[in-house]
Design a protein around this ligand. Structure first.
Ligand code: FES
Length: 504
């Protein structure tokens, strides 16, 4: 985001009728609009903020079919056929990136790389061996290794060849332009807040405009539309962290990730500032970490153990949607909605899974079928492990809902500049942030999605909901959904301000 320009696509100012409305201007929405755009369809994309600024702009951007130990998991828990579909889909996605970049001559730092998954623990050696064997049997160029070109020794690793890395915004911004050049439309600062299911779909924007569409694709990351599908019971959000370092030594090439916890992800990126090394990991459920700053510190510690760190010019965190079985939900929104589609739940592997989604949805919409529709089917039969995860995740949500309403609140009202806290004021819960100028920002922390209580995220200075991951600025504005409305201003602001001013 620091090395690409801002976008200024228009706000939707009048009612509109299109063949396909795409909700969400992240990587999935843009790729869907691009791939469907040469099929003679009238398409519009609606983005609540500016395109590509969410998870797409906060990624490590590995274009790889290596998604943890996914192939042994799908083959052993579901079927070899679906593991083969997943492998074919994601290998095809890599080739599609190369094809589009070549055809449009996009300069996006796209470089071939090998992708490695490694372990430091004895109990993962067999799992890595298994993954190498199964991936190879599915047609992926996978090789088992016991050494890596990194400056530490490992117990085992598997290398996937013919993978790639790139700069996602340098790739996607020209694609967005191409979408409008072909006569299709992109709208920014145009939030879709409701969907009416009539003979056609009617979408309502936050500014009261109506969009009539024959088909809709929900590509808004966490889906806000829950009437059918109940996606909030089947997706849980996680946050993770990246630091971009300048190191004294040259990076050895390759993209790396650990098989076990703590997760560590490494790749390099050339920049105007020279070579950067991205070190990522430290995931946790959104709104469920006590002190988010310590996650950045853990990555800095790992970077210092691994490289000679000179500077840390950038850091960022991101949010991902996780599914119960680790496979995204891509296809018809439900089995009863033939003209409503969804793509979500990429589980931190959004670069290939977004391209896979766009290709799959293009084929479903134009041909009525895709060779990968079964493995990604959002209405797929639930396997035993997923049933267990369903129970665990929904108990976790119920637990967080109750905890937020019943936990005793701190009486400590000493809040320093730059600090945020949940406090008790007159028996009520209030979320307070004191900015660096000393001004207080006081919100009602009750999440406007389903009423859980948001917690303070010290690293990003935001209010994060522990139930389904909605996030709000310290002033209460929505950063990401499923919530659509901002947090309320606390009803007792004056009393709280007086209490805190006296205390400061
Ligand atoms: Fe669902 Fe907050 S995101 S209750």
């Amino acid at each position: 985001m620091a090395s690409t320009p801002e976008t200024h696509y228009p706000v939707l100012q009048k009612d509109l009728k299109v063949d396909i409305a795409i909700i969400g201007g992240g990587i999935t929405g843009i790729l869907c609009a691009y791939l469907l755009g040469d099929k003679g369809l009238n398409i519009a994309v609606f983005e609540a903020d500016h395109i590509l600024q969410g998870t797409t702009g906060h990624t490590t951007a590995k274009i790889t079919s290596q998604h943890g130990l996914i192939y042994s998991k799908i083959k052993n828990q579901i079927s070899e056929e679906l593991a083969r579909q997943y492998a074919d889909a994601n290998e095809s996605a890599i080739r599609m990136y190369e094809k589009i970049a070549n055809e449009l001559n996009i300069q996006c730092d796209l470089v071939p790389q090998s992708a490695y998954i490694y372990t430091l623990q004895d109990q993962y050696i067999n799992k890595i061996q298994d993954e190498a064997t199964i991936a190879d049997s599915l047609g992926i160029k996978a090789t088992y290794l016991e050494e890596l070109p990194l400056p530490f020794s490992v117990k085992a690793a598997v290398r996937f060849d013919d993978q790639a890395q790139f700069h996602p915004l340098k790739f996607l911004l020209p694609l967005a332009k191409e979408i409008t050049n072909r006569g299709n439309q992109l709208f920014e600062r145009t939030k879709i807040v409701d969907i009416e299911d009539k003979s056609n779909y009617v979408l309502m924007t936050d500014q009261g405009k109506k969009v009539t569409a024959e088909k809709i694709i929900i590509a808004s990351h966490y889906p806000f539309y829950n009437k059918p599908g109940l996606y909030f019971t089947r997706i849980y959000p996680e946050r993770s962290y990246v630091v971009a370092i300048k190191a004294k030594e040259n990076y050895p090439s390759g993209m790396y990730i650990t098989a076990e916890e703590p997760g560590r992800s490494i790749r390099s990126q050339d920049s105007d500032d020279g070579q950067l090394i991205f070190v990522g990991g430290e995931h946790h459920k959104t709104g469920q970490a006590e002190d988010t700053i310590k996650h950045y510190q853990a990555l800095v510690d790992f970077a210092n153990e691994t490289f000679t760190v000179e500077r840390i010019p950038y850091r960022w965190s991101t949010q991902d949607c996780m599914t119960l079985d680790g496979i995204p939900y891509v296809g018809h929104y439900t089995s009863d909605t033939p003209n409503m589609y969804i793509a979500t739940g990429y589980g931190k592997w959004g670069m290939t899974n977004s391209m896979t989604s766009a290709m799959l949805l293009r084929d479903l919409i134009t041909d009525g079928k895709s060779p990968w529709q079964d493995v990604y089917n959002p209405s797929r039969q639930t396997i035993l492990a997923s049933i267990k995860n369903f129970v665990v995740e929904n108990l976790n949500v119920a637990d967080k809902l109750i905890e937020g309403k019943t936990s005793p609140l701190p009486k400590d009202t000493n809040i320093q500049p730059g600090e945020g806290k949940v406090i008790e004021a007159n028996g009520q819960r209030a979320g307070v942030y004191r900015d660096n100028q000393g001004t207080l920002h006081i919100v009602d922390t009750t999440c406007t999605h389903m009423g859980c209580e948001a917690n303070w995220n010290s690293a990003e200075k935001s209010w994060d909901c522990p139930c389904h991951g909605s996030r709000f600025t310290y002033e209460g504005d929505v950063i990401e959904g499923p919530a659509l409305r901002p947090l309320d201003i606390h009803h007792d602001v004056n009393t709280i301000e007086k209490l805190l001013k006296d205390d400061f």
